[in-house]
Design a binder for this molecule. Structure first.
Ligand SMILES: C[S@@+](CC[C@H](N)C(=O)[O-])C[C@H]1O[C@@H](n2cnc3c(N)ncnc32)[C@H](O)[C@@H]1O
Length: 250
């Protein structure tokens, strides 16, 4: 017989599966995201004082993954103001405080780390776990530096959140997804672009048809070692990374 805890989990999995089948809530969530985007919704949140360009729902999903995986290194492309780096470092700090890996670290990559952001990140109490590399995430030099920092025994989690064109994200997947440990994830942000109205990104080189989700679909065609964790999509509903939580299963 299930323990009360297992019964609670099983009940949740049932209700999450039902939520995933409900087309009405799916449509309402997409409408909500499209509407919220007109207010720059994703820019409104901080993590430990630094702006984090994420939806709160995705932040919770990342917290669940970082606790479950107990990574020894998190590799993130796209630093911006540093909120996601500080978030990851703080989660690694909590893992360590709870008996997880003591020296786990975060490696952030950005093509343009603005001086004021770099200073604020380096002065933050969580900075001791953070290393930053400046350069394009798909340049040979940066890829080499990242590979040099990953050890055989590392448990690696990867988050891709830089340039959101198909070509760029596909190149990032080719470069960084092989580093992900079996059982861990490669999280591809902003797959939501594919599901948004055609005219939503007039000043951007990406849009429906050319974005992280189209890159994920192309990558998965020849990489059966990854599968989309649809339970995460189903439970979040409101997320910038639908079909972007890629679980490395072998
Ligand atoms: C959406 S922001 C990252 C947000 C951050 N992950 C967070 O959650 O707060 C995207 C960042 O990608 C960076 N970027 C753009 N093109 C890049 C490239 N080719 N290589 C690395 N970073 C790039 C931009 O400079 C920008 O800071």
């Amino acid at each position: 017989m299930d323990s009360p805890h297992e019964a609670f989990r099983r009940q949740n999995l049932d209700s999450i599966a039902k939520l995933g089948e409900d087309q009405d809530i799916k449509k309402k969530s997409l409408d909500w995201i499209a509407h919220a985007n007109s207010f720059r919704y994703s820019y409104h949140f901080d993590w430990l004082g630094r702006p984090i360009i994420q939806y709160p729902q995705d932040v919770i999903a990342m917290q669940e993954l970082i606790w479950r995986i107990q990574p020894t290194i998190i590799i993130e492309t796209g630093i911006a103001h540093g909120g996601s780096l500080i978030f990851s470092a703080s989660m690694l700090e909590l893992n360590a405080a709870c008996g997880g890996p003591i020296s786990a670290r975060v490696l952030g990559i950005d093509i343009d780390i603005r001086e004021h952001n770099k200073k604020a990140i380096l002065e933050h109490p969580m900075s001791r776990r953070i290393e930053m590399i400046e350069g394009s995430s798909i340049s040979d030099d940066v890829i080499r530096k990242v590979r040099e920092r990953v050890n055989e025994e590392d448990r690696v989690l990867v988050c891709l959140d830089s340039n959101h064109t198909h070509e760029h994200v596909l190149a990032e997947l080719e470069a960084y997804a092989p580093l992900v440990s079996v059982g861990s994830y490669c999280v591809v942000f902003d797959t939501i672009i594919e599901d948004m109205p055609e005219d939503m990104f007039p000043e951007r080189p990406w849009g429906p048809g050319d974005n992280p989700k189209t890159a994920v679909f192309e990558y998965l065609r020849s990489h059966p070692e990854f599968e989309i964790d649809s339970t995460i999509d189903h439970k979040l509903q409101i997320s910038v990374a639908p079909q972007g939580y890629l679980h490395k299963i072998r």
